[in-house]
Design a protein around this ligand. Structure first.
Ligand code: GLU
Length: 316
């Protein structure tokens, strides 16, 4: 497969923790093993949640671990014009419509999709309700968000790790936000425009984003880019002992914290390699040492449970 390209796409909403690091490591190992190019993309559209300095921190953390990239960083915040073109086109084609539902509801749907409780399916209240954006604004007295109108048909995500996963967007996902009511692009739209513009052919990410994939495929189709839909690889996540996605409540597993505490990067690499079923010998010190021993097929099919209260990285 010539000219393949992937991306590392950190959201600078907080520091990288062991869960993110493991996903980035697998992405990087696949790329380096198969000769894919890597673009670093900073996903900094989630306004209020972006922490200043986090983008630099993410790059420092990746470098510390030994993960590099061939192009970038490219920041989503610098690409507003490209997103707007796509949003306008989707509205003009009738694929998207103005939604004047409450701000809280819109925020829940528009935020980068990390809600573990599964956001409610939007019931389509505003579909067909307003002829134009202006009309939505005038009638509701508030600026509208824009939602993509999903079809009632089956879509198959052909995942390299999970196999075929079937979705009916109308029943399982509902009409989703592509632009927030402040006019900025939402995650689903920005990712597709970026992946298409950057010629991304391989998307490797956590399986918490699996249900974003049919949404993104629909956007590709509507933009006339069906032939550009990337290959997808969704990985089981690292979870805490309660089975939930690794997060602050499980303890501090930020790479920057280990680094400050004097934990060598090699020890972190060995732990992450173990989670990829690579035997963690003492000669294994850098991600590059894992390339020839890595196999996607060997990855565990279930989430990796990490007990931060009994953290092996903090033991001698
Ligand atoms: N920025 C997202 C994250 O940090 C990744 C989005 C994607 O890979 O599509 O989880």
């Amino acid at each position: 497969m010539a000219n393949q390209c992937t991306r590392l796409a950190p959201s600078p909403t907080g520091a990288l923790h062991l869960g993110n690091a493991r996903t980035f490591l697998v992405n990087w190992l696949l790329a380096r093993r198969h000769g894919w190019r890597i673009i670093l993309r900073i996903e900094d559209l989630d306004g209020p949640r972006i922490k200043s300095g986090s983008a630099q921190q993410a790059m420092d953390d990746l470098n510390w671990l030994g993960l590099d990239w061939d192009e970038g960083p490219v920041s989503q915040s610098s690409r507003h014009g490209r997103y707007q073109e796509a949003i306008d086109r989707l509205i003009n084609q009738g694929n998207a419509y103005a939604c004047a539902c409450s701000r809280r509801e819109v925020e829940l749907a528009a935020s980068a999709p990390h809600a573990e409780d599964g956001a409610a399916i939007y019931p389509g209240t505003c579909r067909g309700r307003f002829a134009t954006l202006d009309e939505a604004r005038r009638q509701s007295g508030r600026p509208p968000a824009i939602r993509f109108a999903v079809p009632d048909r089956t879509l198959i995500v052909k995942d390299r790790f999970l196999g075929d996963v079937r979705f009916n967007p109308a029943h399982q996902l509902g009409d989703f936000v592509i632009a927030k009511n402040d006019g900025s692009a939402a995650y689903q739209l920005a990712v597709v425009v970026d992946d298409a513009d950057m010629n991304i052919t391989q998307v490797v990410r956590g399986d918490d984003l699996l249900d974003s994939t049919p949404r993104q495929m629909l956007i590709y189709e509507a933009l006339g880019l069906s032939d550009r839909i990337p290959a997808y690889t969704h990985l089981p996540l690292v979870v805490g002992t309660d089975g939930r996605r690794l997060a602050k409540r499980h303890g501090d597993t930020r790479l920057s914290t280990y680094r400050q505490r004097g934990v060598p990067a090699a020890k972190v690499v060995q732990l992450l390699a173990g989670w990829c079923c690579i035997e963690a010998t003492s000669t294994l010190r850098r991600p590059a040492d894992c390339i020839s021993r890595f196999s996607l097929d060997a990855l565990p099919r279930r989430p990796i449970v990490y007990d931060a209260a009994d953290d092996p990285l903090l033991k001698d």
